[in-house]
Structure formats: structure tokens, C-alpha cells
Design a protein around this ligand. Structure first.
Ligand code: F0G
Length: 329
């Protein structure tokens, strides 16, 4: 068996915007598990598969686009990789910048970024810049600073390099299943990933799913990865929705966190809260009688649960005697 060396060197290089002159900046991202879910399949009467993007090197799907964006930034002679982020983009950008020997800086909301993501960005050597306000404010500032010399802005908004990398998730799914699923569910923040996922199926030409995207209903959602007021890539996201005959709806935090728990408890998959929005949405639509049985459904779980330990801090710990007593009973 040959070992996997990432999207640029083992995966889908011919489909990515790189040339022979582009250096490969990779952490061997991609090739993530597509895991069947007996639990969700039984619940919905469908054939449900989970695409575990938290298995990427920095723990989220962002690595797919970042290998392309930072490889090209290195080729172009950039000195500083800059991004606005709710956390995952900053961790990914910082890791790939470190790998390329470039500096990185992340503009993040002053509050509401999951602890694991900041810890990652710090260890990868990023300068972490706290911006008063929301992600939307961070992106505005990032765009203002992006014209400084030597700066490569790596947000996905209008960024063909990031989107091209993120399309590979659809290629992997089609290669694993043999054809596109009937439905593909995923969380929506800025709308970049729903756009890239749809474009990936179109580009691969082996069937098209309906795309079901789910936003957080609350602008102050505790699923902080998708705490975004005005999605920066809304127009292409809506175009993807409409071209696929799909939908974009909202899910409550109650539903998101119920799905988050259920994924851990029943599937053995610890995904971060925002990641569970696709499952929450699927279950809500099923409860409303809007999911016909027998369909093949893929749900993207966008990030790893370890990124947000505070979201999982409500567990009980018993002492040894209590535990031993419970066994004797
Ligand atoms: N899931 C996770 C875990 C994310 O981190 C994000 C976005 C999304 C879903 C939504 O993807 O924005 O392409 O619609 N995180 C960005 C960040 C905003 O800064 O890490 P989208």
C-alpha cells in the first residue's frame, strides 16, 4: 500500500490550481474517513454516511483549501499569511504557514473563539489579534490590511485557491461511494464550504446531490465556528442551493447540541458543535416528514470535538467506591 501524501502530491493535483513551479506545502491533508452511521440510518430510514473532516491534520476541513492557498502564497513570495477567523481557519492557516516558513497572523473575535483553536494557532506560531466585535468585523479589518506588501489573505471569500482545495471533499466521496449521494448535508457559516462542495460534484461529473445547508438560528450561537451575522459568500451559497434543488435552513442551538451529543454517544464521533449542524438539520427535516426513506445521504462533520473542550465540560465524575458499588449491585 502506498502511503497518502496529501491533496497536492497523492490526491487530485491535476484538478488543483498549481503548476510544476508551485512548491508543495502539505500536512498530508484529505483522504478523511467516510464512515457509515447505523444509528442515523436506522433513525431516518436512509443510508447515512459521515465525512469526518475533523480527521484532517489541524482538525478541520480548512486544511483542504489551505494546502493550495499557502502553497501558492509561498510560490508568490508572500511573507505573512493573514486571515479573519472564528478559529479553524486561523489554526489551519498558521499550521501551513509554519510548514512553509512564513509568518502568520489571525484576526479573531475578542470573545467566543474555542480554546483549542487558539491553542493551536499559538503553537503554530501565529500572531493572534483580538478584534472587538464579531467575525464580520474581523473580515472587514482583514480586507483593509490585505493590501500591505507581502501579505497573502487566505480567507475563502472569493478565493479560488481555497475553494478549489475544498472541492476535493466531493471527489473523495464520489470515489468512495462510486457515485454522488442523493443528499449532502453540511453546516453553513460564510457559505464557502457549501459552494465548494457543490462545485466539486459538478466538476467531477459523476452525479449531483441535493445540497442541504444549515445555519445556526441564533446569531449568538454557542456553535462558535458558525457565529456569523452576514455570510460573506452568501450569493454563491444560494446559487449552489438552487442549482442542486436543495435548501438552506436554520437549526436551533438546542438541536445542534443534541446532535453533537448523539454523534459522540451513538457513532463514537466527537465532532465540534458547529459540525453537528448538518446532523441536526437532517434530523429536524426527518421529524417534519421531509426526508423520503431509502436515500443515500452524506453529512459533512466539519471539525474535531477536541477543539472546543468547554462545550463538553458538563460531564459527571464518580468516585471509585460509588463505581465499585454500582458493579456489585
Ligand atoms: N464548520 C466549521 C467547524 C467551521 O469552522 C466553519 C467555518 C464552518 C463549518 C462553515 O464553513 O464558512 O465555509 O460556510 N469556519 C470559519 C473559520 C468561519 O474562521 O474557521 P463556511
Amino acid at each position: 500500500m502506498t502511503s497518502w501524501r496529501g491533496l497536492l502530491d497523492s490526491g487530485y493535483r491535476s484538478r488543483l490550481p498549481v503548476s510544476a513551479a508551485t512548491p508543495t506545502v502539505s500536512l498530508h491533508e484529505g483522504n478523511t474517513p467516510l464512515l457509515h452511521s447505523p444509528h442515523l440510518s436506522a433513525l431516518t430510514g436512509c443510508d447515512v454516511w459521515l465525512k469526518i473532516e475533523g480527521a484532517n491534520p489541524t482538525g478541520s476541513f480548512k486544511d483542504r483549501g489551505m494546502t493550495v492557498a499557502v502553497s501558492r502564497a509561498a510560490e508568490a513570495g508572500a511573507e505573512l499569511v493573514l486571515c479573519a477567523s472564528t478559529g479553524n481557519t486561523s489554526a489551519s492557516a498558521a499550521a501551513y504557514a509554519a510548514r512553509a516558513g512564513l509568518r502568520s497572523a489571525a484576526l479573531v473575535p475578542a470573545s467566543g473563539v474555542a480554546r483549542g483553536k487558539l491553542a493551536q494557532a499559538a503553537r503554530y506560531g501565529a500572531q493572534i489579534v483580538a478584534v472587538p466585535g464579531s467575525f464580520d468585523d474581523c473580515l472587514r479589518v482583514a480586507r483593509q490590511l490585505a493590501s500591505a506588501p507581502g501579505v497573502a489573505l487566505v480567507n475563502s471569500v472569493g478565493n479560488e485557491l481555497r475553494l478549489a482545495g475544498q472541492r476535493t471533499v466531493a471527489y473523495e466521496i464520489v470515489d468512495a461511494l462510486g457515485s454522488a449521494p442523493d443528499i449532502h448535508c453540511l453546516p453553513v457559516g460564510n457559505g464557502g464550504n457549501i459552494t465548494a462542495t457543490w462545485e466539486g460534484y459538478v466538476a467531477y461529473g459523476r452525479g449531483l446531490p441535493r445540497i442541504w445547508g444549515f445555519r445556526a438560528a441564533s446569531p449568538q450561537t454557542e456553535a462558535t465556528a458558525i457565529r456569523i451575522q452576514s455570510p460573506a459568500s452568501w450569493e454563491p451559497a444560494v446559487a449552489a442551493r438552487d442549482a442542486s434543488g436543495g435548501l438552506i435552513e436554520s437549526v436551533s442551538d438546542t438541536a445542534i447540541f443534541a446532535a453533537y451529543r448523539e454523534l459522540g454517544r451513538h457513532d463514537g464521533v466527537f465532532a465540534e458543535p458547529a459540525s453537528a449542524a448538518g446532523v441536526a438539520g437532517l434530523l429536524a427535516l426527518h421529524a417534519a416528514g421531509r426526508v423520503a426513506p431509502g436515500q443515500r445521504i452524506v453529512v459533512t462533520l466539519t471539525g474535531n470535538g477536541l477543539k472546543d473542550p468547554d462545550a463538553a465540560s458538563d460531564y459527571a465524575v464518580v468516585d471509585v467506591d460509588t463505581f465499585a458499588g454500582s458493579l456489585a449491585g
